[in-house]
Design a protein around this ligand. Structure first.
Ligand SMILES: CC(C)(COP(=O)(O)OP(=O)(O)OC[C@H]1O[C@@H](n2cnc3c(N)ncnc32)[C@H](O)[C@@H]1OP(=O)(O)O)[C@@H](O)C(=O)NCCC(=O)NCCS
Length: 300
């Protein structure tokens, strides 16, 4: 039976996450990183489906999901959050077919920038994306450290932190940080972070001036983080890591761009270790990665 490509429905999303988790773990185990993924509720995907269903597609073989793709749009940035094929079905063109379906969302929106984050050790995904004009440009390092070690090694900062309580009152400030770093506002994604009980948002001030923002998860993960300038990133990241290290989780982590020398230097000096090499691929150069730390390969 030929493979069927169809728009995703709400009822597909949990099964799609199960397939994606199995596909990630197959890949990372083959490359010696062990199983790194666990099935999570498809909260972000559900919001995206309601926001713009053109970005969620399923490949089905005789009623069984064998592939899933999910992309989102923010202004003129189109981002491929997930593209995963059942390990037994890989290399047969299904990924390329799904990619062409989600590219239609970018085409219809006239998105100037197309980007994604993939595993730096996956030659197949990078080869597939390069064939479609998305070239690997920016190394990203997942870093993790013991919270007590990190807390003891962090340099003190003069920054004052405030929990984000009223996202609307801070909209212009947070937009300025996003637009300065990425060229687009992520206002709709901030609302999701705000609604997530596991996340707390902070802004950081030096005197009266806001020099950065960061979202910190109960798991100790920091990001997305945006700084007002490359010079501010070390202070903002240090202040955010200090908050994460005071949380319940024994570990703190972050996804740090290779171009963000100041953030990377701070993380390694604080005893954080590289755990997973990732790479950002895009059709054009965009973003100032010296002042932005994405949250994850899905959320960016
Ligand atoms: C990456 C993935 C989505 C691709 O889907 P797929 O169905 O296996 O891929 P396809 O068969 O459609 O296409 C693979 C393409 O990569 C090309 N390719 C494979 N290895 C390559 C290499 N080393 N260098 C360059 N190109 C390569 C193939 O020639 C093919 O291109 P073509 O169709 O133009 O000939 C799938 O393999 C997968 O799920 N992998 C594990 C998880 C993962 O890394 N997902 C991406 C996360 S962003």
């Amino acid at each position: 039976m030929p493979i069927l490509y169809r728009p995703a429905r709400e009822t597909d999303l949990t099964r799609a996450q199960e397939l994606i988790t199995a596909s990630i773990n197959d890949l990372t185990q083959r490359h010696g990183f062990g199983a790194i993924a666990a099935v999570r509720p498809p909260t972000f995907q559900l919001h995206a489906l309601a926001d713009d269903p053109r970005g969620l597609w399923i490949a089905e073989d005789d009623g069984r999901i064998v592939g899933a793709a999910f992309s989102w749009l923010c202004g003129d940035l189109w981002f491929l959050a997930e593209l995963f094929i059942d390990p037994a079905t890989q290399g047969a063109g299904v990924g390329g077919q799904l990619l062409s379906r989600v590219f239609a969302q970018a085409d219809a929106a006239g998105a100037r920038t197309r980007a994604l984050i993939t595993f730096a050790f996956n030659t197949v995904s990078q080869g597939l994306y390069a064939r479609h004009g998305l070239y690997p440009r920016l190394p990203l390092h997942m870093l993790s450290g013991d919270r007590a070690t990190v807390a003891a090694a962090l340099p003190a900062t003069q920054l004052h932190s405030e929990v984000i309580e009223d996202i609307d009152a801070l909209a212009a400030t947070l937009d300025a940080l996003d637009i300065g770093a990425l060229g687009v506002s992520r206002a709709k994604h901030r609302r999701l972070l705000m609604d997530d009980p596991a996340m707390t948002g902070y802004i950081f001030r030096r005197g009266a001036a806001c020099v950065g923002s960061a979202w910190i998860a109960g798991s100790g993960h920091v990001g997305p983080l945006a700084a007002a300038s490359p010079e501010d990133v070390a202070d903002v990241f240090s202040a955010a890591l200090a908050i994460a290290a005071r949380g319940q989780s024994k570990r703190v982590s972050a996804l740090v761009p290779g171009h963000g020398e100041r953030a990377l230097a701070l993380a390694v000096q604080a005893g954080m270790r590289m755990t997973l090499p990732m790479v950002l691929a895009s059709n054009r150069d965009f973003g100032d990665w010296r002042r932005y730390l994405p949250r994850s390969p899905i959320f960016m």
